[in-house]
Design a protein around this ligand. Structure first.
Ligand code: 9D3
Length: 242
């Protein structure tokens, strides 16, 4: 997979993409991620990429020219057709099932804005998929780009290895359903820390009991904290809503 990120702050995104799992995925050739500075596609000597809105109002609007030119130049670099993604609070909310859909594409071209918004003709002319990462206000799309790339890259074949980590995530996709239970409580050494002991069952060596305890804990925790997930979470064993 190839991922391009068009942004006014490539220096913010680049180190994130070099680190940890995403960095290793790139080194292993599973994904190629390139950040492009939108300012490189401005056409005036002041490197302008935004302007005041026609009709007045607060803030600045990202201009069409640099965005169209950046998209055209990047798409011409590679014959694989790109899924264009525009990061905006008005977009489809990112969830595990959208991450899974995006992970199946051969190429993503992500456009991150800053300031108040995009010239509407960017939507009309480029017909991007508009994506939001949730209902809170960010100062720009860069953090959202990092979140999307992270959630997608770890789903690519071979990226996590075969320890089952991706399949066991509490939000992993199971048979087309995107959500299941939250995770059960985990413990490691020491056995007692500040008077808090590890539950006896985990020290019992009885793997049947351990599996039952974990299932029960995960169900209780899900019912308590995220009842909205209960539909995808073993409906027979505690899924009854109050
Ligand atoms: C006054 C209306 N504001 C929307 C709530 C304008 C506005 C504020 C901040 C428009 C864009 C932004 C910058 N945000 C993003 O670029 C963004 C974002 C977000 O703020 N929340 C969740 N997902 C995303 S994806 C891109």
């Amino acid at each position: 997979m190839r991922i391009d990120v068009v942004t006014l702050f490539p220096e913010v995104c680049e180190p994130f993409f070099q680190a940890s799992i995403i960095g290793r995925a790139q080194a292993a050739g599973r994904v190629e991620i390139a950040c492009t500075n939108l300012r490189d596609y401005s056409t005036d000597k002041h490197h302008t990429v935004d302007d005041r809105p026609f009709g007045g109002g607060p803030g600045m609007v990202l201009m069409c020219g640099p965005v169209f030119d950046a998209v055209a130049a990047l798409e011409a670099e590679d014959p694989r057709s790109a899924t264009r993604i525009l990061l905006t609070p008005q977009g489809r909310r990112l969830d595990q099932s959208l991450a899974g859909e995006l992970a199946s594409r051969e190429r993503l071209l992500i456009i991150a804005g800053h300031y108040e918004g995009f010239d509407e003709r960017i939507r009309i002319g480029l017909e991007p998929l508009e994506v939001s990462i949730g209902d809170y206000v960010l100062s720009g799309g860069e953090a959202a780009a990092m979140v999307i790339v992270d959630s997608v890259v770890r789903l690519l074949p071979g990226v996590l290895g075969d320890d089952g980590s991706a399949a066991e995530d509490s939000f992993s996709i199971v048979a087309g359903e995107s959500e299941q239970c939250l995770e059960y409580p985990q413990y490691t050494r020491p056995r007692v820390f500040r008077d808090m002991a590890v539950p006896d069952v985990l020290m019992s060596g009885d793997h049947g009991r351990i599996r039952e305890w974990r299932k029960q804990q995960a169900l209780e925790r899900t019912k308590d904290r995220r009842p909205d997930l209960m539909t995808g979470c073993e409906p027979d064993s505690g899924g009854d809503q109050p």
